[in-house]
Ligand binder design. Structure first.
Ligand SMILES: Cc1cc2nc3c(=O)[nH]c(=O)nc-3n(C[C@H](O)[C@H](O)[C@H](O)COP(=O)(O)O)c2cc1C
Length: 353
C-alpha cells in the first residue's frame, strides 16, 4: 500500500463513515455563565500569541493531508482559509514528500498563502532506532527539508501508535524515539502531537525533558484512528477490523489530557472540538489554542464558501463563549469557569487526587 493511497483512503473514510469515539467528552464540560459580561461583545479580543506568532483567533486547522492530487486540493483550500482568517495551519504527514519528490507540490502549495503559523508533520516511527523496514530513520537534514517544503515555523512529530497497532503495515517501534527527538530540538522547534489517544502526564514530562517546544494533546473525543483503520481492509484477514473495533474508544479524553499534559509548555487542544464553544472550553482547561481537523475537512469537501462559512461561525462562537463566560480575551480565562460532569468529571476527580 503506497503512502498516498493510504492518505486518500483516510480522507474517503473520514468523509463517509462514522469515525468518532462513542462519547463526546466536550458535552461533560460546562462553562459558567456570567450574566454581567466584562466588556461589550465587539470588544472581546481574540488575538492570540502562539509560538511567537500572532493569530487572529485561538484556532488552528489541524494536520490532515498531503501526498496526492486530492490532498493538494484540500491543502490549497485549507491554507487559503488559514490566510483569510489569520489562524494556524498544520500540514499532513510529509513522509510522502520526503520520499518522493513528485509529491512535494501537494505540500508546498501552502507557501502560496500568507499564514501566521504553519506546522510541518512527520511520524514518530520515523525517528526511532529500530525501523522494521530497515529504511533509515529521519535526520535533522530531513526535518529541515520538511520545513523548507512548506516554509514552516515548527514540525509536529505525530505520536500515532494506536493507529500503527491497528494497521497491517503499522510501524510499532519506539526505541530511541526520545533521544532522537532530543537531538533535533536544539535546531528546530518540535511540537509533540498525538492523533486521537491523548497525552498523559508521564508522556508530557518525558517529551518536555526531550526538549519539545509545545504539545498538541490530540485526545480522544473526535476522530478515532482505530476506527478509521477498522474500515480499511488492506490485508483482507479481518485483523484490522477486529483490533480497530476493540480499540475504537481507546485514549485519554481530550479535556482530561489538556489537564495532564499541562507541564508548562504551550498547549494545543485537538480531538473532538466541533464548534467555537468547544475551543473556549479547551482554553478554560489550560490550552492556548484549539485545533480542528475533520469538521474542516468536511466543510472543505463542499468547497471554499462552505469552509469559509464554517470558520466564520466557529470564530463567532469563540467570541460569544468568551463574552458569556465573562472574559475580555482568551488569556483572561482564569479560575474555575467550568463545571465537569459525567465520565469526564470522574476522570478529572481521579487524576487530581
Ligand atoms: C483525514 C485525516 C487525516 C489526518 N492525518 C494526520 C496526519 O497526517 N498527521 C497528524 O499528525 N494528524 C493527522 N490527523 C489527525 C488530526 O490532526 C487530529 O489530531 C485528529 O483528527 C483529531 O481531531 P478531530 O477530532 O478534529 O478530527 C488526521 C485527521 C484526519 C481526519
Amino acid at each position: 500500500m503506497t503512502i498516498d493511497r493510504r492518505k486518500n483512503d483516510h480522507i474517503e473514510i473520514c468523509l463517509k463513515e462514522r469515525t468518532r469515539v462513542s462519547h463526546d467528552h466536550w458535552d461533560d464540560v460546562h462553562l459558567l455563565h456570567q450574566a454581567v459580561p466584562s466588556c461589550d461583545l465587539d470588544d472581546v479580543d481574540l488575538t492570540t500569541n502562539f509560538l511567537g506568532k500572532k493569530l487572529s483567533a485561538p484556532l488552528m486547522i489541524s494536520a490532515m493531508t498531503g501526498g496526492s492530487d486530492k490532498a493538494m486540493e484540500y491543502n490549497s483550500l485549507l491554507a487559503r482559509a488559514a490566510e483569510e482568517f489569520g489562524i494556524g495551519f498544520g500540514i499532513g504527514s510529509q513522509r510522502a514528500g520526503l520520499e518522493d519528490p513528485s509529491k512535494i507540490g501537494s505540500y508546498s502549495v501552502v507557501r502560496e498563502f500568507d499564514i501566521p503559523l504553519v506546522l510541518g508533520n512527520l511520524g514518530a516511527p520515523q525517528f526511532t532506532s529500530g525501523r522494521r523496514d530497515k529504511v533509515q530513520g529521519y535526520s535533522l537534514k530531513d526535518v529541515k527539508r520538511a520545513l523548507d517544503m512548506i516554509d514552516g515555523d515548527a514540525v509536529c512529530i505525530h505520536l500515532n501508535y494506536l493507529q500503527e497497532v491497528v494497521q497491517p503495515e503499522g510501524e510499532t517501534n519506539v526505541s530511541g524515539l526520545l533521544e532522537n527527538i532530543n537531538e533535533l530540538t536544539d535546531e528546530v522547534k518540535i511540537v509533540a502531537k498525538e492523533t486521537g489517544a491523548g497525552i498523559s502526564r508521564e508522556a508530557a514530562l518525558c517529551l518536555k525533558e526531550a526538549g519539545v517546544t509545545a504539545i498538541d494533546v490530540g485526545g480522544a473525543s473526535g476522530t478515532s484512528f482505530s476506527a478509521v483503520e477498522s474500515y480499511r481492509v488492506a490485508d483482507g484477514s479481518g485483523r484490522s477490523q477486529r483490533i480497530g473495533k476493540t480499540y475504537w474508544d481507546w485514549g485519554i479524553p481530550t479535556p482530561v489530557s489538556i489537564k495532564l499534559a499541562n507541564v508548562g509548555l504551550p498547549l494545543i487542544a485537538t480531538g473532538g472540538l466541533r464548534n467555537g464553544q468547544d475551543v473556549v472550553k479547551a482554553i478554560s482547561l489550560g490550552a492556548d489554542i484549539g485545533g480542528m481537523a475533520l469538521p474542516l475537512l468536511r466543510a472543505a469537501s463542499g468547497g471554499y464558501e462552505e469552509l469559509r462559512k464554517e470558520i466564520l461561525y466557529i470564530i463567532d462562537e469563540i467570541r460569544i463563549g468568551l463574552f458569556l463566560a465573562g472574559c475580555r480575551s482568551a488569556a483572561d480565562i482564569v479560575g474555575p469557569v467550568h463545571v465537569l460532569t459525567g465520565i469526564t468529571g470522574q476522570y478529572m476527580d481521579i487524576i487530581s487526587r
